[in-house]
Ligand binder design. Structure first.
Ligand code: ATP
Ligand code: MG
Length: 321
């Protein structure tokens, strides 16, 4: 059977890029196998240094993911820290992990360059990520291009364990590279990213969110003249929320001239708001029923721990613990 695993860090408010790049694909993949989805709160500790904040982001991510269509009847949904056994496997993996392998990973350098403290946790992040994957005998891991290198580390470490302690000790996972998932551009045209401050929130307040769209930078082409299509910051976002016809119509109105940027932005703001309306409604429901969310996470933790125990027993046996 196909066992799929995905984790998301509770390190900030979710944005439209996270939705199209991670959550929507994860929700679709539920149909294709056993999905294990977790809230990576141990990982988030490398950048979030406030207990109340970490707790709030964790809670919010649980609610948001469920609102986006994660089905707890079908998938196992849990908090990483509810299965502390993952740390034991991370330790075991670290004993076969060459330092040079971690030194090659660019995420550590990137984060330090962004000003995060160069902690051991940040450096060893790929080892814990490998443990996340290997603990559940995951054989399929959907990853964006940014995570490809970490999955290679995971495969390497599983291979080293199997070499040292016997084939079959760990399942070597295959990546599902999401080539089709495009990078969602931010409001300034760079990749939409929390750390660039150019995001459109997934579940923000209506007025401030729409205001962000109205502030997208445009050139000074007069209303009556044709607008450049290629460097538009409005069109690629509109395409995410609009159907094919509405998108083509907006392109045509760029080319013909006669419509000002303000009108295009208003249309984009409406489309964005409407697109997430069903999820927003679901989210309201979940917020008003905290007991349900607790129960989902508790049940998820139980199932995840049961799966983890099978792997960890096998590994402990194999390594002599
Ligand atoms: P940071 O700036 O801290 O890296 P981020 O906004 O890039 O944060 P991540 O936590 O790195 O968000 O990413 C969570 C998930 O969302 C990952 O699977 C990542 O590939 C995906 N993702 C993030 N930004 C985008 C984007 N602009 N387009 C598509 N997918 C994205
Ligand atoms: Mg990122």
């Amino acid at each position: 059977a196909m066992r799929i695993l995905t984790g998301l860090q509770p390190s900030g408010k979710l944005h439209v890029g996270n939705y199209f790049g991670a959550m929507e694909p994860a929700v679709k993949l539920q149909e294709e196998g056993d999905a294990f989805y977790f809230i990576a709160n141990y990982h988030a500790m490398t950048t979030v240094r406030d207990a109340a904040e970490l707790r709030a982001y964790t809670r919010e991510l649980a609610v948001d993911f469920l609102a986006c269509g994660l089905d707890p009847e079908r998938s196992v949904f849990f908090r990483q820290s509810d299965v502390p056994e993952v740390n034991e496997l991370a330790w075991i993996l670290s004993t076969v992990c060459p330092i040079s392998l971690l030194e090659k990973c660019h995420s550590y350098k990137d984060k330090v360059a962004k000003g995060f403290s160069p902690s051991h946790g940040l450096f060893a992040y790929p080892v814990l990520m490998a443990a996340d994957i290997l603990l559940y005998d995951s054989n399929q891991v959907p990853v964006g291009k940014d995570q490809k290198q970490h999955l290679e580390v995971t495969r390497d470490l599983a291979g080293k364990i199997n070499e040292a302690y016997g084939e079959g000790t760990l399942v070597v996972p295959e990546p599902i590279i999401r080539e089709s998932v495009a990078v969602v551009p931010g409001l300034d045209g760079q990749k939409m990213s929390k750390s660039y401050g150019n995001t459109l929130p997934l579940f923000g307040e209506e007025k401030p969110s729409k205001k962000l769209i109205m502030r997208i930078k445009t050139d000074s082409t007069p209303v009556e003249e044709p607008k450049p299509v290629a460097d538009s910051l409005i069109l690629p976002l509109f395409r995410l929320f609009a159907d094919e016809d509405a998108y083509r119509e907006m392109v045509a109105r760029h080319e013909s001239g006669g419509t000002g940027y303000g009108d295009f932005k208003k249309q984009l703001a409406e489309a964005y708001w409407d697109y997430f309306a069903p999820m927003r409604a679901k989210r309201e429901e979940l917020v008003s029923d905290p007991g349900f969310v607790d129960e989902v996470l508790a049940k998820g933790a139980e199932k995840a721990r049961a799966a983890a125990a099978i792997t960890l027993d096998r590994v402990r046996q194999a390594v002599g613990l």
